[in-house]
Write a protein that binds this ligand. Structure first.
Ligand SMILES: *Cc1c(COP(=O)(O)O)cnc(C)c1O
Length: 386
């Protein structure tokens, strides 16, 4: 797969930078569409927080996807990059007044509301504008996910969503308000989920809640099951596209939708994760007593996932095919956690070699910081190098 990187062209720009393989991104979007096209009521809103690079957003909006936003800034980014307002949904536990107003003015599809105080504010702000805000309630389903503890979101202990036990109460409160219209239920149990059983558990919970609502003659237009499908960080070349067939089949088989109900998904990582790589240069190879370090010019400021979540990313030496040796690949930042990988086998490294840190398309560039007064990494796509 070294061949799929335009290495000679990489030499013409400064490192470190993100590289997005737009051909793979388009193939991934096609794979999703070929599954969702089987069901006229399935709709995918791309989770903008995974990667808001304008070039990436444009490819996704042009493919016809909606956008799932978690801030006013993301709503702006989505609108600026081709997502129509009626395909934008907005979630978040702490929506500021200006963000709610932005959503109301733009005419987004609906707000995923996470508390009663927030519902009251949306009702007030919509009233001031003489509008009716469509709202969906994010319910905390108390379903665990087999993933890193920092990225589970659907447990009762997490800050997200409205307690299941309060579901009917909030629906009743909304019914008594003149400037909100209740249209759906929203769930999101976590990220980097590879066990379909976790999604089955969510389906079972949603079925229970729907039965409960039906007994009270409450109708729901939309069910939104969030995102969370993981990618194979260990095999970016062998598994470049997640198994969307299995994912959508799981929902089709286990979720009992009512006639006419729409099913919404909010995939982020699974859409953009594998198409991105962080391209970095080897500055020094340092021999220590028990190991050797490849010291590179990118660090946790460019890609924080290893430091923040103990995440693993495959690394490839794009510059040569010499026999493999074992390295700790580390960055230049003054933090001991600024390590990309320990004891990893790479084709022998030399000063100036280009390395690709793979599977970095999601929660990479977007989480970059300027710590140590570093410049933010740039993002390039395949089209930038033709
Ligand atoms: C982060 C997030 C997503 C996307 O999660 P992925 O694991 O990247 O698919 C979807 N919905 C909500 C509400 C989120 O916060």
């Amino acid at each position: 797969m070294k061949g799929s990187f335009p290495i000679d062209k990489f030499r013409t720009v400064a490192t470190p930078f993100y590289y997005y393989d737009t051909e793979l991104l388009r193939q991934t979007l096609d794979a999703i569409k070929s599954e969702t096209d089987k069901h006229s009521n399935y709709h995918v809103h791309y989770a903008v927080k995974a990667n808001a690079n304008p070039k990436v957003l444009r490819v996704i909006s042009q493919a016809g996807f909606g956008a799932d936003c978690v801030s006013g800034g993301e709503i702006k980014a989505a609108l600026e990059n081709g997502f129509p307002a009626h395909k934008i949904v907005y979630a978040g536990v702490g929506k500021s007044d200006w963000e709610i107003n932005l959503g109301l003015d733009a005419g987004i599809a609906y707000f995923n509301v996470e508390s009663i105080p927030e519902l009251e504010v949306i009702n007030e702000l919509a009233k001031a504008k003489g509008k009716i805000a469509k709202v969906s309630f994010r319910i905390n389903p108390n379903v665990g996910a087999h993933t890193h503890a920092n990225i589970t979101t659907g447990l009762a202990e997490n800050k997200f969503g409205i307690d299941m036990a309060d579901m009917e109460k909030v629906i009743e409160i909304a019914a008594g308000m003149n400037h909100v219209e209740f249209i759906g239920l929203h769930f999101h149990i976590g990220s980097q989920i590879l066990e379909m059983g976790d999604f089955v558990a969510l389906c079972n919970r949603v079925n229970e809640l729907q039965d409960q609502l039906e007994r009270h003659h409450i109708q729901v237009q939309n069910i939104n099951v969030g995102g969370g499908l993981g990618i194979d960080y260990h095999h970016p070349n062998e598994v470049p596209i997640p198994s969307f067939d299995e994912y959508f089949r799981t929902y089709h088989k286990h979720l009992n939708l009512r006639p006419g109900q729409q099913l919404h998904f909010e995939l982020g990582r699974a859409v953009v994760g594998q198409c991105g790589s962080l391209i970095t240069k080897v500055l020094y190879v340092k021999q220590a007593t028990y190991k050797q370090f490849a010291i590179v010019d990118s660090g946790m400021t460019d890609l924080i996932r290893p430091a923040l979540y103990q995440a693993f990313h495959c690394i490839e030496n794009l510059s040569n095919d010499e026999p493999k040796e074992t390295y700790d690949v580390v960055g230049p930042i003054c933090e001991s956690s600024d390590v990309f990988v320990k004891a990893f086998d790479l084709n022998r490294c030399h000063r100036g070699d280009l390395l690709a840190i793979r599977s970095a398309g999601a929660y990479g560039e977007i989480m970059a910081s300027g710590y140590n007064c570093r410049e933010l990494p740039k993002g390039y796509t395949t089209e930038d190098f033709v």
